[in-house]
Structures are given as structure tokens and as C-alpha cells.
Design a protein around this ligand. Structure first.
Ligand SMILES: [Zn+2]
Ligand SMILES: [Zn+2]
Length: 264
């Protein structure tokens, strides 16, 4: 099945690419953010990239939307530093509501920190560096709201959010049924995130969530099985090059069976 995968394009850092209708990905160092445009031409930003990348993200947004960025909201798949890094700075320029799963709220309102990274989980260089990654909660209390429990996504009527806990307690993915586009955050990666070499060359393969920060493996495996059942046709992940295939469900199910069996 692996050889049927088609990378949609090879992404170079700094260039927005359309991966599905109205869905634009931007690679910020090692992590992807996505702009989704709705039928009224309004935009929603999914995740916020690395610290200090706000001006880069804004500049690319200006280019993408030709100087008319009608950003209505920011939606976070979860609160890890590489997904919220530019958030506070972006909010200074774009005063929009931020949405996250209710169980993830403590990590973006200064109430709880994620547990320390587990560098022993795998041997790659990124894993060894992971204790240096920030894990402390940011505080965007004045802007952040919990996502509605009915699965609707603000400003994106075609999309649903899906609870995919495990990597973090309130991790979510986003899915559009009409063309089976899945934005999976860190529930799935398309590179072996623990190894710096593979991050650098963006080797194309399906993997589980970044191991050094994953909190509950059985839940992470359940979440991948849940995503497999959707039969996604495009996989837009937080890390790695987005992929398009005929049907990812079989490979996702076998990936879920390869994840570690223990909790932490
Ligand atoms: Zn993460
Ligand atoms: Zn991440």
C-alpha cells in the first residue's frame, strides 16, 4: 500500500500550497499551519506554528489572500508549543476568537503545563533535544473559547471537528466529508518526527504522533482507528508533507496496531 502514496507536492518552507479545495498549507520550520477559506471568502487559521514565526505567517497570508486577509477565527488542534508558538503575536494583529477542545483549555489559559517530554522513547536527535522544547502553558484566556460539543466548526460549515485524544487530552482533528479531507494535527504524522534527518528530508511515510510528547498511547491508537473509519482521501498533518491516496484506512489501522501498548 505504501507505494500508492502520492505526496501532493514537495513543500518548501515559506510557500502556501493548496492541498484541497480552499485549504492552504504553510510549513513553518518543522510544523504545518493551514488556512481554510469558506464559501464567503473568509479564512480560518488552523494552528499557529513555531514561536517567533508570526510575521512570517502574516506575510504569507497577505500574499495568499492578496492583501485582503479576512481571518475570522483560529482553531487549534492542541496546545503544544509548535502549534501555538506564534499565537499571542498573531492575536495582536488579528483580533479573532481562538477555539480549542475544552479539555485542552488549561494548557492555553495558564492553568496547566504538559508533562515533561520523554526523550528516552526513541533514539532520534529531535527526541534528544525534546527536553529543551517549551512545554509551559501560554495564556490567551481573553481570546480562547471551547469548541461546540456538537462537532461544528465556527465559520466552516462544511467541516466537523473530531476528538482525537491521546497525543494530548483534548487533541482534535478536522474533517470535510465532501472530499474526505482530513487535517490530523499530531494524531498522525507523515514523517518520523523523532529523527532530525528524516524531518529535514521529509521522508514520506505514515507514523503515529510525535512520541516524545504523547501522553496516552492506547487513546492515540483509538484515535487513529477513528480517523481510519472516515476513509480519508487526503491527509494533512501537523508534521510532514500532506499526502493523497486512494484510501488510507487500511494503512491507518495497521499503524494504530503498531503504536506502543502502554500508557505513557
Ligand atoms: Zn503535539
Ligand atoms: Zn506538533
Amino acid at each position: 500500500m505504501s507505494d500508492t502514496y502520492m505526496p501532493l507536492t514537495s513543500v518548501k518552507s515559506g510557500v502556501c500550497k493548496e492541498y484541497a479545495k480552499g485549504v492552504y498549507g504553510l510549513t513553518v520550520q518543522i510544523v504545518n499551519v493551514y488556512f481554510i477559506m469558506n464559501s464567503s471568502g473568509e479564512a480560518v487559521l488552523i494552528d499557529c506554528g513555531m514561536p517567533k514565526s508570526a510575521s512570517f505567517i502574516m506575510k504569507e497570508a497577505e500574499k495568499l489572500f492578496e492583501g485582503d486577509v479576512r481571518l475570522k477565527a483560529i482553531i487549534l488542534t492542541h496546545g503544544h508549543f509548535d502549534h501555538v508558538g506564534a499565537l499571542e503575536e498573531l492575536l495582536e494583529k488579528w483580533s479573532v476568537p481562538v477555539f480549542i477542545h475544552s479539555e485542552e483549555m488549561p494548557y492555553v489559559t495558564g492553568k496547566a503545563d504538559y508533562p515533561p517530554a520523554k526523550p528516552q522513547v526513541k533514539s532520534g536527535l529531535v527526541a534528544k533535544l525534546s527536553p529543551l522544547f517549551p512545554r509551559h502553558s501560554i495564556d490567551v484566556s481573553s481570546s480562547v473559547k471551547p469548541l461546540h460539543e456538537d462537532g461544528t466548526v465556527p465559520f466552516l460549515e462544511e467541516w466537523k471537528w473530531i476528538g482525537t485524544p491521546g497525543h494530548t487530552p483534548g487533541h482534535i482533528s478536522l474533517f470535510r466529508q465532501s472530499d474526505k479531507t482530513l487535517i490530523a494535527g499530531d494524531a498522525i504524522t507523515t514523517v518520523e518526527q523523532e529523527s532530525l534527518l528524516e524531518v529535514a528530508i521529509q521522508k514520506q511515510e505514515l507514523n503515529g504522533p510525535p512520541a516524545y510528547f504523547t501522553m496516552d498511547w492506547p487513546k492515540a491508537a483509538d484515535s487513529i482507528r477513528k480517523l481510519a473509519a472516515l476513509k480519508p482521501a487526503s491527509l494533512l498533518t501537523g508534521h510532514g508533507v500532506p499526502m493523497k491516496g486512494t484510501d488510507f484506512s487500511q494503512e491507518l489501522n495497521s499503524l494504530s496496531n503498531r503504536l506502543p501498548a502502554s500508557q505513557g
